[in-house]
Design a protein around this ligand. Structure first.
Ligand code: 5GP
Ligand code: MN
Ligand code: MN
Length: 471
């Protein structure tokens, strides 16, 4: 296969020189064999957007998404650049949190079935599933404006948890008045729920550690039991994305008249609509952080009651978000709005945004694989800050679309495969099981090898699945 215009620049590094309306080049960091042409077209479209700085980037897990590819990173100048809901994604602040169990791993393994069952019963799972928690509108407003800080105040965790969440789980620059009544209605009963399909809770074993010193700063070692939580802002974030796509379509026709793809709808960052979306997006991001915090609380209760063990937080990353950050570009410091859509922040040692615990090491980066393969924890690097606006991959990335997976695979096949590996599963929908089959994803070992070799994040440990709860 050869994609026109894609030139090899180094091992796993490809450049598409700007042509036509592209304002900058596009850079793809990937195994050439796994790159899909449609996603490259999307990346080239992103490179045409106003104020884009340096280049449009693709991580090795790149695949097709709404307007912007998933596994994409694009930074826009704060003064003359844009912000785009499609560059963040519908599940605003979808992200991953890793927990680690304090206690004997063999006891956890022996009680695996009860633990999975208890988690499945305590965390509401599935499309549109609501929880039993009810918050007053005033408390809900505080949760979306203050994020994890507020839910910890309400008893869902401890102060120490805050240090182990990207931006302490609290984004400023948000105002509940930028959120529609519809978004509130969809979101109010979904705090503390997992959602469907790609979202999961997985119990894993730390199988291999590549850097013991950094792993110990992260709080894990070989043989530990870890837990991954993957979920986001549920119907709340989805409605906010939907609302602002519509508002921008209705109100910014002139600004958006030359788009190569209408899904790239956007607003100048400094405009009224740009600022309102940024504020509402931050509300959804805080909601997602709070959601993962409340689910952590439920998992802690499950472990306490089934095996009497405590569960600590390792780290929580956002992988669908746009953030204001400062970088040196062409010799001068510039503020940009970095869109990471299916990409993880990967700040290195010394970055002022990191809390003291991670100042020496760099931040933890979590890259899940699939329910039948490994997942990884890595560390961010200075190199990422230099070449990818402090970003790396967010997963293995889809190899098959949901429809393709459903056509090509069967539920029984997937269940048999998991059983043969000794992996327990409890899932809400059969549809989800095939759509999320390990074969539907690219090879996570390869994705991680690539980001590690390029140096935009470095492997710290590999975890393998023992049991999974799926939406
Ligand atoms: P996304 O946010 O793009 O839906 O998913 C992020 C990544 O999670 C995917 O690229 C895939 O590699 C990974 N993933 C999806 N389902 C599972 C699962 O059940 N277990 C694990 N460990 N990873 C998964
Ligand atoms: Mn999601
Ligand atoms: Mn996600």
């Amino acid at each position: 296969m050869s994609i026109p215009g894609v030139e090899k620049e180094g091992k796993y590094i490809y450049r598409i020189k700007k042509t036509g309306n592209m304002r900058v080049d596009a850079i793809v960091l990937a195994d050439y064999e796994t790159i899909d042409e449609e996603a490259i077209e999307q990346l080239k479209n992103v490179a045409t957007l106003p104020g884009i700085v340096k280049a449009a980037y693709a991580m090795p897990d790149i695949h097709w998404g709404y307007g912007f590819p998933i596994g994409g990173v694009a930074a826009f100048d704060l003064e003359d650049g844009i912000i785009s809901p499609g560059g963040v994604g519908f599940d605003i602040n979808c992200g991953v949190r890793m927990l680690v169990v304090d206690g004997n791993s063999d006891i956890v393994k022996k009680n695996l079935e009860s633990l999975i069952k208890r988690i499945y019963e305590s965390v509401p799972v599935g499309v549109g599933e609501t929880s039993d928690l009810r918050f007053s509108k005033n408390d809900f407003k505080k949760i979306v404006e203050q994020g994890v800080r507020k839910v910890i105040e309400m008893g869902y965790g401890t102060e120490e948890d805050l240090l182990r969440i990207e931006d302490r789980g609290t984004l400023e620059d948000c105002d509940f008045s930028d959120v529609s009544e519809e978004a509130y209605e969809r979101g109010k009963d979904e705090l503390g729920t997992l959602g469907a399909g790609n979202h999961f809770i997985e119990i894993q074993l730390v199988e291999e550690v590549y850097d013991e010193e950094i792993a110990s700063v992260f709080g894990i070692k070989k043989g530990d039991i870890t837990i991954l939580i993957h979920t986001g802002s549920r119907g709340f974030g989805h409605q906010i994305a939907t609302d602002y796509i519509k508002y921008m379509r209705d109100n910014l026709k002139d600004h958006n008249k030359n788009l190569p793809d209408k899904q790239l709808i956007n607003a100048p960052f400094k405009s009224e609509w740009g600022q309102a979306y940024y504020s509402a997006m931050n509300c959804a991001a805080n909601y997602a952080f709070a959601n993962r915090q409340i689910i952590t609380h439920m998992i802690r209760k499950a472990f306490k009651s089934v095996v009497g063990m405590n569960v600590r937080l390792v780290y929580d990353v956002a992988h669908n978000i746009a953030k204001v950050e400062e970088y040196e570009i062409d010799g001068r410091k510039r503020k940009v709005i970095v869109h990471r859509k299916g990409a993880t922040r990967a700040f290195g040692p010394g970055n002022p945004a990191l809390p003291e615990v991670f100042k020496k090491t760099g931040q933890p980066v979590i890259i899940p694989g699939s329910m039948g393969t490994a997942s990884y924890i890595l560390v961010g690097t200075k190199k990422a800050e230099e070449i990818t606006f402090g970003s790396t991959a967010h997963g293995a990335g889809r190899a098959l679309g949901r429809r393709e997976a459903t056509r090509e695979l069967s539920v029984n096949h997937v269940l048999k495969e998991l059983e043969s590996k000794g992996i327990k599963i409890m899932a809400k929908s059969k549809k989800g099981i095939v759509e999320e089959a390990p074969e539907a994803y690219k090879n996570v070992d390869k994705v991680v090898q690539i980001v590690d070799e390029i140096g935009i994040s470095l492997k710290i440990a590999k975890c393998t699945p023992l049991g999974v709860v799926k939406g």
